[in-house]
Design a protein around this ligand. Structure first.
Ligand SMILES: Nc1ncnc2c1ncn2[C@@H]1O[C@H](COP(=O)(O)OP(=O)(O)OP(=O)(O)O)[C@@H](O)[C@H]1O
Ligand SMILES: [Mg+2]
Length: 360
């Protein structure tokens, strides 16, 4: 079976007053995937989620779910329950009543409600806790009740808007794993909003990176991390080193560029359309670099260790001044084996270097 598109957004635009909040959003989401909307505060994540759920009407474009045009349907007819961060549960209702709520509103028969609620609670492994109140449960359990509320509606897509932001760091991590397991077990299609890059990288099949209301990149966590299409994406996800470079020669998908004070050259693989003489950026992750030898890479630059390095548990992070006048961050993993001071050489293999086109 090929891939099946469940949610199809075509040229979606949303304007609040003079604020153009969603700009030409085109996005196709496959059934059964965990998709994350990632971006800084105010970039339009919630607005798009609410537009999909039907709480906002879009000003332009089409929203298709399962082959049906949604634009003019109210939220309850779309099958897109949303789990909100603050109002995940009704505090004065038991777990059972919280989960039954959506079915009660639809006035389903009592027997059916009983069956569906029980089955939804079983799916999130909360059988036996039906009569508890939210305050008698852990944050993680509450989050599972919220999932059951969405599950009970048999909806094709579940929308989660920063559902873990109220939990402490340790619990967040646990619930993250649980959410992902439930999604995989049940083959759910989930859209998850977060501004936490680690959360996005660790949970998602695909990540959508938003930049001021537009999509900068859609890709797997690996693609987003190692092959960012723009400087914005590279900068937003994790830590990286940018190097100014100029294209010297092009051959197939290989670009030879020069960089640094000594005009050293390196040849890297790229799919970008380039021209000779063009200014580009190279992005090299701190963990893809080495200091001094023995296994030198194709990329090389002189550097000076600046004042101190930072011990981060599994690695030691060095801050260096490169001969290109920039600060470099290099992670070293053989902690305790070596310590670097003064003038050093910074290396990276060509296959760890990612070329970014400079947009104008
Ligand atoms: N109902 C509204 N009326 C007017 N402007 C709005 C409305 N909702 C959101 N906005 C504006 O739209 C922009 C995007 O807001 P949105 O809530 O979608 O951001 P977000 O990416 O979810 O941010 P956060 O990470 O802080 O939740 C912001 O500039 C916000 O002020
Ligand atoms: Mg938001």
């Amino acid at each position: 079976m090929g891939t099946e598109i469940l949610l199809d957004l075509k040229n979606v635009n949303k304007v609040f007053g003079v604020n153009h909040v969603l700009k030409n959003i085109n996005l196709q989401i496959e059934r059964g995937k965990f998709i994350t909307f990632l971006g800084p505060s105010g970039c339009g994540k919630t607005t798009l989620l609410r537009s999909i759920a039907g709480f906002y009407t879009v000003d332009e474009g089409e929203i298709w779910i399962d082959g049906k045009l949604m634009n003019d349907l109210p939220p309850y007819k779309r099958g897109t329950p949303m789990v909100f961060q603050e109002y995940a549960l009704f505090p004065h209702m038991t777990v059972f009543d919280n989960v039954a709520y959506g079915l009660d509103v639809q006035k389903r028969p009592e027997g059916e409600i009983q069956d569906r609620v029980k089955s939804a609670l079983a799916k999130v492994k909360l059988t036996g806790l039906e009569e508890r109140y939210p305050h008698q449960m852990s944050g993680g359990q509450q989050q599972r009740v919220a999932m059951a509320r969405a599950l009970v509606m048999d909806s094709p897509i579940i929308l989660l808007d920063e559902p873990l932001s109220n939990l402490d760091a340790k619990l967040r991590e646990e619930v993250r794993v649980e959410l992902r397991n439930i999604q995989l077990d049940l083959g759910l299609t989930v859209i998850y909003v977060t501004h936490d890059q680690v959360e996005a990288l660790s949970m998602s099949d695909h990540i959508v990176v938003f930049n001021k209301g537009a999509i900068d990149q859609y890709g797997t966590p690996h693609e987003i991390y190692y092959k960012p299409r723009t400087q914005y994406v590279a900068d937003f996800i994790g830590t990286t080193n940018f190097v100014d470079a100029v294209v010297l020669q092009l051959e197939g998908d290989q670009a030879t560029v020069k960089y640094g004070k000594k005009n050293d050259t390196v040849t890297v693989q790229t799919n970008e359309q380039l021209t000779v003489g063009e200014n580009v950026l190279l992005s090299i992750r701190p963990e893809s670099m080495r200091i001094n030898g023995p296994d030198a890479g194709e990329f090389i630059m002189d550097g000076v260790v600046v004042t101190y390095s930072m011990f981060l548990g599994e690695k030691e992070r060095y801050f260096l001044a490169g001969d290109d006048g920039k600060e470099w961050i290099v992670d070293v993993y053989d902690i305790g084996q070596t310590s670097y001071q003064g003038i050093v050489k910074i290396h990276a293999s060509a296959n760890k270097i990612h070329l970014i086109k400079i947009s104008n």
